[in-house]
Design a protein around this ligand. Structure first.
Ligand SMILES: NC(=O)c1ccc[n+]([C@@H]2O[C@H](COP(=O)([O-])OP(=O)(O)OC[C@H]3O[C@@H](n4cnc5c(N)ncnc54)[C@H](O)[C@@H]3O)[C@@H](O)[C@H]2O)c1
Length: 340
């Protein structure tokens, strides 16, 4: 929709400058945005990023404890008329200490024309959805013929990755999953298997999964320490590795020797490196994920290339998905309108 037209439509439902729409986690889910929508929206955001048609300064954050971060993630995507800020936290010990998710947060959206706040919404679901969307869109661009996918980490992200990957890897025959927690693996299989036709296999150990899969992703924990759970000698040429958890899970030697080290945001990765997240140094960056999706740089150029594509998460994706959630909520008269 044309931005002026969209603004007039919003004004019929919300008194911009005097009111904002508040959406709970349940509201956000009930707007009915589906996997196909998230894939299309995330793709647009990545392409805008790849064409450099965006504004998104690298995350700034605060760190009350070691291994904990809060990030302020602002972005403006002109093509989607979307501007806002995600305020997100990551507390790796939340599941064991409080039975709460590692990652929670809020997303604020603004009116591009006046700057006034339009909405505040829970960002947990948006984060849980746009992250696998980035992985599986990158997987299709870099390894479209893959028949096997491996997922390390069977929590919130692992579950969504398995639900999303069947939408982009058309030749997929098997999904291998691995988690250090048997319970998490069991829960993933019980949750996702009834929803997809592709067989999900519980990996015996990380080595078996690594040696059986063409494309792999990991969503475990983000730590400055290198866990190196997957040893470099298990990784072979021709594989595509798409970590969501930065450098933690994989032997750093793998990214260093990869033929291509692609990242969603070079600026973000450099910032994390400055904070100490790549103790052995940031590998040389080939290009950004959005540039591959936009066709500005080639993806895979030979079957034997080893490609690592690290996607740490970008606010351009959050504001674009959030804008659609906002539109649908207004359309369905969902959420709570609050005075400013
Ligand atoms: N890149 C992004 O955009 C993005 C977005 C959201 C979350 N994340 C990151 O993804 C990761 C997972 O998030 P989540 O919400 O799914 O968390 P979660 O707590 O729901 O799941 C994490 C799973 O990883 C498993 N795990 C932890 N260490 C492991 C190890 N050494 N070996 C095998 N399994 C291990 C845990 O048992 C757990 O089941 C976090 O690091 C989070 O910060 C990244």
């Amino acid at each position: 929709m044309d931005p002026a037209e969209e603004r007039n439509w919003i004004l019929q439902k919300l008194n911009i400058g005097k009111e904002l729409l508040y959406l709970t986690l349940e509201d956000v889910i009930k707007t009915g945005v589906q996997i196909e929508d998230i894939l299309a929206l995330t793709r647009s955001a990545l392409i805008a990023h790849g064409k450099k048609e965006y504004e998104m300064p690298a995350k700034i954050g605060v760190h009350p404890y070691a291994e904990v971060f809060y990030h302020a993630m602002p972005a403006y995507v002109p093509s989607e008329n979307a501007v806002g800020l995600k305020w997100i936290e990551c507390y790796p010990s939340n599941p064991s200490r409080f039975k709460l998710p590692q990652t929670t947060g809020l997303l604020a959206l603004n009116d591009v024309e006046s700057g006034c706040p339009l909405a505040i919404m829970d960002a947990t679901w948006i984060t849980a959805m746009r992250t696998p969307a980035v992985t599986v869109l990158a997987a299709r661009a870099l390894h479209p013929g893959a028949e096997t996918f491996g997922m390390f980490g069977c929590g919130v992200q692992g579950i969504e990755h398995c639900r999303f990957v069947v939408h982009t890897l058309e030749k997929l025959k098997k999904i291998y999953v691995y988690d250090k927690s048997e319970e998490a693996m069991e829960n993933l299989v019980n949750t996702v298997q009834p929803q997809i036709d592709i067989e999900i296999i519980r990996g015996k150990d990380p080595e078996t999964v690594t040696k059986n899969c063409e494309v792999m992703s990991s969503a475990t924990v983000i730590l400055q320490e290198q866990l190196s759970v997957v040893r470099d000698e298990w990784v072979s040429s021709g594989q595509t590795i798409l970590p969501c958890d930065l450098n933690t899970f994989w032997d750093p030697a793998t990214a260093r020797r990869a033929d291509k080290y692609i990242v969603d945001s070079a600026e973000e990765h450099r910032l994390f490196a400055e904070m100490g997240y790549f103790p052995e140094g940031l590998p040389e960056i080939t290009c950004e994920t959005g540039e591959v999706l936009a066709g500005a740089t080639p993806g895979r150029e030979a079957p034997e290339e080893l490609i690592v594509c690290s996607n740490i998460g970008m606010a351009v994706c959050d504001v674009v998905v959030g804008k659609e959630v906002f539109r649908r909520a207004l359309e369905k008269e969902m959420g709570c309108i609050l005075p400013l």
